[in-house]
Design a protein around this ligand. Structure first.
Ligand SMILES: [Ca+2]
Length: 447
């Protein structure tokens, strides 16, 4: 939404209004050292954080997709670790991204809806909220944000960033230049490509035939000519994105910084296909999470425990030698990335406040969705137009309208969430337990 050239912060450097006594004292101790010596002593890694747009969690070669070509992300996973059960907090751009940035669930941060239209200023992420970029800034990092922001009308600079490359025409070259230039301090590039956001198209050099994707369509969609065509375009967008990621990795290799850089790849939420974006079914909230670099042990390790995208920010802070504030709801994944035996989350939560109001809690096996609104379709006719006319009849099993108050699923037996067990007495204990968890989480106050 910001078609501008690069913007530089008028106030680069740490924000003294935020108090972190540990970090302040560390900075004071090292204040007399030249920047390069400071860097060498701290051995802080750089970060390249890639947040894909409307990307399905397992639509990558390294997650077993049989057709899509993603050699650069596959290499990342082979060199590092990937998570198979990471979940985003919302099936929509701004709240999904706000949670990554703040380490807070949307109703706690206040970033609950799309930051656009007449209410964009009111819906924007408040500049006084902690972000992982502010945390890194306090540790001496220089931070840049490239391409999509969608969190505030003021752009990224008030939120802990020093450079901003939003222009569709130049963001990639500017991001490459940022990674290649010599920095006298550790750096973080927050890179948000938009290829996999509608409208989809087929990119030259990354084409897929609709017939070639017929055997790997998402299992909840029918096999129709329209679905094949849209899905083939979508896979082309993924391969185009992967190619850009390869260019960033090559820039890090040229600057000699790749081995000192943690690269993380995740998504804001699921694809703009029915039963994914705008819904709290797993295809709407399941996220890829691939990480490689210093602090990530093993080659090709797979972590199957639950994780949330709100954990990414605190994890970066931990790898940099700092910590997120206690008010942050994210949990550091550092021990798991290091291969230590750390207990994963037992629950993840998600919510949707745009065209419908939905909340959900998911454990390893059971999941509860509450439909606070029941009469509106999950994807509005307006959004279907934006989805290049993707027909709701493409669903193998259309969801009912009105939707039930509650939907309880046994994901081990029913991964496609097709059998609602909420009224089955055999699952009453599970229902009561998850309802209690959802009540407690929903009552958490805004920060
Ligand atoms: Ca998105």
């Amino acid at each position: 939404m910001h078609e501008q050239q690069a913007v530089q912060s008028p106030h680069p450097g740490p924000d003294s209004s935020r108090k972190n006594h540990l970090n302040v004292s560390r900075r004071s101790l090292l204040a007399g050292l030249p920047a390069v010596a400071l860097r060498a002593q701290q051995r802080q890694p750089n970060f390249l954080v890639i947040v894909a747009d409307d990307h399905g969690w397992n639509d990558l070669g390294c997650y077993g997709h049989p057709v899509v070509r993603t050699p650069h992300l596959d290499r990342m996973a082979a060199d590092g670790a990937r998570f198979t059960h990471c979940y985003t907090t919302a099936p929509l751009c701004s709240p999904g991204r706000g949670a990554v940035m703040t380490g807070l669930y949307p109703h706690v941060s206040g970033v609950t809806r799309l930051v656009q239209g007449e209410d964009a200023s009111r819906l924007s992420m408040r500049p006084d909220l902690w972000t992982f970029a502010k945390g890194l800034e306090e540790l001496g990092y220089v931070n840049a944000a490239a391409r999509k922001w969608h969190l505030s009308t003021a752009g990224a600079l008030p939120h802990g960033f020093h450079h901003e490359f939003p222009s569709r025409e130049t963001y990639l070259e500017q991001a490459e230049a940022f990674l290649e230039q010599r920095h006298d301090r550790p750096f973080c590039l927050y890179f948000c490509p938009t290829h996999t956001h509608r409208p989809f198209r087929s990119h030259s050099g990354f084409e897929y035939s609709p017939d070639d994707v017929a055997h790997c369509l998402p299992p909840y969609l029918k096999d129709t000519p329209q679905v094949r065509e849209h899905y083939s375009w979508y896979l082309s967008e993924i391969s185009k994105m992967d190619d850009e990621i390869g260019r960033l990795v090559a820039a890090l290799e040229r600057s000699g910084e790749l081995d000192q850089t943690v690269v993380a790849f995740l998504t804001d939420h699921g694809p703009s296909l029915h039963r994914a974006k705008f819904s709290l079914y797993d295809w709407g909230t399941h996220s890829s999470l691939v990480m490689r670099g210093p602090g990530v042990s093993g080659s090709g390790r797979v972590d199957t425990g639950l994780a949330s995208t709100i954990d990414v920010g605190p994890t970066l802070l931990g790898l940099a030698g700092g910590a997120a504030p206690r008010s942050c709801q994210g949990i550091e994944l550092g021990p798991r990335l290091a291969g230590r035996d750390a207990k994963p989350r037992s629950l993840v939560f998600s919510e949707h406040h745009e065209n419908n109001h939905l909340t959900a809690v998911r454990g390893e096996r059971f999941k509860l969705i509450r439909n606070h609104t029941k009469d509106e379709p999950l994807v509005s006719p307006r959004n279907i137009r934006n989805w290049q006319g993707m027909d709701v009849d493409t669903l193998r099993q259309p969801y009912p309208l009105p939707r039930p108050d509650r939907e309880l699923f046994d994901l081990a037996a029913d991964p496609l969430e097709s059998r609602n067990l909420a009224d089955d007495p055999a699952y009453r204990d599970q229902l009561v337990k998850l309802e209690g968890e959802l009540d407690t989480w929903s009552a958490l106050p805004r920060q």
